[in-house]
Design a binder for this molecule. Structure first.
Ligand code: OGA
Ligand code: MN
Length: 360
């Protein structure tokens, strides 16, 4: 799956790679050397499909651009399909602001909790309560006399001793001097790239590993995914959510073109939710040579990929973290409680993607 992220056609030799380069975040050469904050290079967005605008126009006068089909989803809200991309469904504004608010909080607090794994496991072992630790300004400290503390030792070895890395107050840390390795929780939070729910995906083997301890995916997420998956399934066939991958994107992060091909039944959709900053999604064809379509993904949008669309390369070359383009204003209005400001601060410059899968 994500192994294909390692792009071997670095020179932009495939159509997919060329599109990734077109939309990727680059900085203006001139602004780098100047004292001014570096400015992102302007990017031509005229070819990016905007389903928000399509929805508005469709609701106003029933008109659709060529190649776009509208199905009637729940509460007669439209679900859009593309004539030339069977199995792909776009549900604009699938989640209410309240739902977005809820899933952003879950993604930052509960989803990265052990036994769910995150990208930090390989180095630090299971890390508990990362978001709270970041909020409290804590530091993750490596105990000095631990037997597994040899520098450069296999990171997985340390996992057996789950007391090795511990959160501690910053002040206590400075008292101990600089002998132990440490990293601040806020840096770790910024470096959180994924967490896995339900059946755990083993990134090194690039497969699901049933032997890893796991919880069922949360029931509310399961129900939501079942409801959203309906347009992509024949009547009477139910989607069985068994795993989810949560991706966290910060400034400059991207998800390279890939296929999700480790699930048994490709007739079942992947249900993919967008939260936070607006992004560009590329939907390619079965070959990297097929020029991809670019479209905006906004907070609250859902995408379904089933059947033939499961065989199509796709990726996220860009997220927008600037105020004008991020389009997180609606969230800002909702996250007003003092306790919520830390979530707002995170999501104003980040994007979260939850993609839910039936594995077997
Ligand atoms: C994935 C994926 C898309 C997104 O995680 O497999 O394709 O919108 N995510 O982030
Ligand atoms: Mn994918």
């Amino acid at each position: 799956m994500y192994g294909s992220e390692k792009v071997t056609d670095g020179a932009g030799r495939t159509a997919f790679r060329r599109a990734e380069k077109k939309y990727k975040l680059y900085y203006d050469e001139n602004s780098k050397s100047s004292k001014k904050k570096k400015q992102p290079k302007p990017v031509d967005l005229t070819e990016v499909i905007d389903f928000k605008a399509i929805l508005e126009c469709y609701n106003r006068n029933g008109e659709l651009p060529r190649g776009v089909i509208a199905l009637q989803g729940e509460d007669s809200r439209p679900v859009f399909c593309l004539e030339n991309s069977p199995g792909f469904y776009f549900i604009p504004e699938a989640l209410s602001i309240e739902e977005q608010f809820h899933w952003i909080k879950e993604s930052l607090t509960n989803f990265p909790q052990p036994p769910n794994r995150t990208n930090h496991n390989a180095i630090y072992g299971p890390v508990c309560d990362l978001f709270i630790a970041a909020k409290d300004g804590k530091v993750l400290i490596h105990e000095e006399n631990s037997p597994n503390s040899l520098p450069g030792s296999n990171p997985d070895v340390g996992i057996e001793d789950d007391h090795e890395w511990k959160f501690s107050k910053k002040s206590q840390h400075s008292l101990r001097g600089s002998k132990c390795k440490s990293i601040s929780a806020s840096v770790l939070l910024r470096k959180l790239r994924w967490s896995t729910l339900g059946v755990q995906f083993d990134w090194s083997k690039r497969n699901y590993d049933l032997s890893l301890p796991h919880n069922k995916i949360p029931d509310a997420l399961c129900q939501l995914a079942k409801r959203l998956a309906k347009p992509a399934l024949p009547a009477g066939i139910e989607f069985q959510p068994e795993a989810a991958i949560v991706n966290y994107f910060g400034l400059g992060d991207a998800l390279g073109g890939h296929l999700d091909d480790m699930e048994a039944d490709w007739s079942k959709p992947i249900v993919s939710l967008s939260l936070g900053c607006k992004a560009i999604f590329l939907l390619g064809g079965k070959s990297r040579e097929d020029p991809p379509l670019a479209m905006f993904l906004r907070s609250g949008d859902a995408v379904l990929m089933a059947g033939e669309a499961r065989e199509c390369f796709h990726g996220v070359p860009r997220i927008f973290t600037d105020k004008e383009n991020a389009e997180t204003n609606d969230l800002e209005v909702h996250f007003v409680h003092e306790d919520d400001l830390c979530f707002l601060r995170y999501i104003n410059s980040s994007r979260i993607n939850i993609n839910i899968r039936q594995v077997f």
